[in-house]
Ligand binder design. Sequence first.
Ligand code: CP
Length: 309
Amino acid sequence: LKHFLSIEGLDKGLLTEILDTAESFAGISEHQVKKVPLLRGKTIVNLFFENSTRTRTTFELAATRLSADVLNINIATSATSKGESLLDTIRNLEAMHVDMFVVRHALSGAAHFIAQHTAPHISVINAGDGQHAHPTQAMLDMFTIRQHKKQFEGLKVAIVGDILHSRVARSQILALNTLGVAEVRVIAPKTLLPAHVRSMGVIPLHDMDEGLSDVDVIIMLRLQKERMNSAFLPSESEFFKCYGLTEAKLLRAKPNAIVMHPGPINRGVEIASSVADGPQSVILEQVSNGIAVRMAVMTMTLGHHGGAA
Ligand code: CP
């Protein structure tokens, strides 16, 4: 695994290896061991052209726990604001003998572009590119589902909200189907579903009562207003009425269903506070699991298989 750019094309064995490796790293913090020397001497560059709270910080924590050195490039104060191109920025960072770029960019394909043009010894991890993919988010979500449900076979999963603009949903759908869940439903108004939704391996539905019926996992998504034409912005109150997850709507799911959200959450828009903070919510567990999953992906791409063992 040289780069980690997308879930597309990865098989069940590899996804399971990432989850198993992450599990060995999750055990580290349980045993109060904060660091392992697996990536000592390596330099990781966090190159975030788009804002982030969870992904950037958990990548930094993951790298630190693997004993790597981390450079966080602040794009707002970097020379990109003086017109330096993406490739020139990469070339200059390469000249500092770095080993990995963790890239977030508003343009779909940006991480692939960097992977194609960077030096052969450098690994690239996609930390979210436009509407295309967010593969480490999908894997930390799979990790969280496996923690709670033990296996993927037989699970019914509903993904609710702005599927159209969601790189998270695209990566989750690929991972869920590869890992062998029984059913992936996407629940949204037609305007927030991609035109080719039927070819995505999902069941598209427009009604929450029908869509949430008997599901094991509910994944709520934020309205990605930054990727919408302002003329077509849905009304938040209308959206909440039809597609917001409330305690009443949650009753349609299995009693032990878990509620997930990649964050950031917009309370009262796609999810009620009582559900986000309620007993079925695993939203903050997703954040914690991001560290172990990113440790796994970093070690596997830099050629250190076998996790913490
Ligand atoms: N889930 C996620 O990507 O969150 P951030 O934008 O805060 O990284």
